[in-house]
Design a binder for this molecule. Structure first.
Ligand code: SDX
Length: 385
């Protein structure tokens, strides 16, 4: 029960536990991340995205038959209804891909006969359907905004290869595949972050899974959360020349600006996901693309300065989104698709949390301290100043 005599506000719900969960542990002091108990480094090295989806949804690694089954089901569910493709076409060029994704995804509910079936079996089927289709929507958005025709999914390909095939019309190189596969895995889940909390708030009203995930997509968009990867690359673009990096950062900090891709509510040391992303940065730093080489140098110089200035002293370190931009560019992914891909990947975490929360649901209904007046005299409109 809340203490109504001496109420305490925790801005941003800092330090507040909303529930118990066995999906993911973020150890912000040690800089460690576990999916269902498995260290993220081992998951990233060994698993496919389909295997990670099974792990997060079911709480354990699949056996061979189960992995085969979820892989086939995800492939079978990839198709998009024509109505959803029409929405993407209609919004193409007029809206940011995150807005198009939010609208197109929301419309999917119209085509799912199980939308109101709240049995756990139907909800698990919907979770897999959603995870599968969000990536198809993102690929379709990317494809159409390049002015190229929609490519139907290929059910013979794994999830990530199919995503890149639908986006680019060709199979990825090994490096492109590795980068995007690892980003899909690294972004799949991260405990009670803002978008997962947004998803759970919607789910806690017993709104359906599509409504809940739509809330997650909407919440992910902002630059303080999922939008940071695109915003960090934009900042690197503004820096322009690597030799401007230090001055730019010094000026931004002096002006009390936040440096996108740094800082985290939970990690007070290096984000373990950022280390994996940074390893790719080192792999691509001699890339043939001058643009990628420039961004890579800026990113490494900015990282050094930020850690020197704010790492140990304020616990501000790079998060996963800082190095994402240059490596995505090296994989042929344009900047405005970074956050939509984050959403596609995070659909696993969102749905896993909804399934878990619904096992023991309670509506979210926090309090606020009212600071306004009471018992004011109602003044008729013609008597007001
Ligand atoms: C993600 O929570 C998750 O799990 C999210 C995520 C996931 O997987 O779901 O990990 C994905 O969203 C990563 C974070 C992406 N956002 C950014 O990179 C945007 C830049 N970073 C921040 O704005 C900030 O660090 C947050 C939003 C990430 C965290 O915000 P907090 O915990 O509310 O911290 P704060 O804004 O109150 O800052 C605390 C102090 C302040 O200084 P003082 O006023 O105390 O002197 O740290 C400073 C801030 O000014 N600070 C920064 C900074 N981040 C915090 N200073 C400069 N640059 C920054 N990036």
């Amino acid at each position: 029960m809340a203490d109504v005599q001496t109420p305490q506000v925790s801005k941003g719900l800092e330090g507040i536990y909303i529930d118990e969960s066995s999906i993911c542990k973020v150890d912000g002091q040690a800089g460690k991340l576990y999916y269902r108990g498995y260290p993220i480094e081992a998951v990233c090295k060994n698993a496919s995205y389909e295997e990670v989806a099974f792990l997060l949804l079911n709480g354990r690694l699949p056996n061979k038959a189960e992995l085969d089954d979820i892989t086939k089901t995800m492939a079978k569910e990839r198709d998009l209804p024509d109505g959803v493709i029409q929405i993407i076409k209609e919004m193409n060029g007029k809206a940011h891909p995150m807005d198009t994704l939010r609208s197109a995804f929301s419309a999917l509910s119209a085509y799912d006969k199980e939308v109101t079936d709240q049995s756990s079996e139907a909800n698990m089927r919907k979770a897999i359907r959603i995870i599968s289709k969000v990536s198809s929507i993102v690929a379709a958005i990317g494809r159409l905004q390049k002015g190229q025709p929609y490519i139907k999914p290929d059910t013979t390909l794994d999830h990530v290869t199919n995503f890149l095939y639908m986006l680019n019309g060709r199979k990825p190189t090994q490096l492109e595949y590795n980068i995007v596969k690892d980003m899909f895995i690294l972004h799949a889940e991260h405990s009670s972050n803002a978008s997962t909390f947004g998803t759970l708030v919607a789910a806690s009203t017993m709104a359906d899974m599509y409504a809940a995930v739509t809330a997650g997509i909407a919440t992910l968009k902002g630059p303080l959360h999922g939008g940071a990867d695109e915003a960090a690359l934009k900042m690197m673009g503004q820096i322009g020349n690597p030799n401007n990096t230090e001055q730019y950062i010094e000026d931004a900090l002096a002006g009390k600006q936040k440096i996108m891709g740094f800082g985290h509510r939970v990690y007070k040391t290096y984000d373990p996901r950022a280390r994996i992303v940074r390893d790719y940065l080192l792999q691509i730093k001699d890339s043939s693309s001058p643009e990628v080489r420039t961004y890579t140098e800026i990113a490494l110089r900015a990282e050094k300065l930020m850690i020197d200035k704010l790492g140990a002293s304020k616990g501000i370190w790079p998060n996963i989104d800082f190095f994402a931009g240059p490596i995505y560019l090296a994989a042929g992914v344009p900047a405005d698709l970074f956050t939509p891909i984050f959403a596609a990947s995070r659909s696993v975490g969102w749905t896993a949390h909804v399934l878990e929360y619904w096992q023991n649901n309670r509506i979210f209904r926090p309090l606020e301290i009212y600071t306004g007046k009471v018992d004011l005299q109602y003044v008729p409109i013609d008597k007001r100043a």
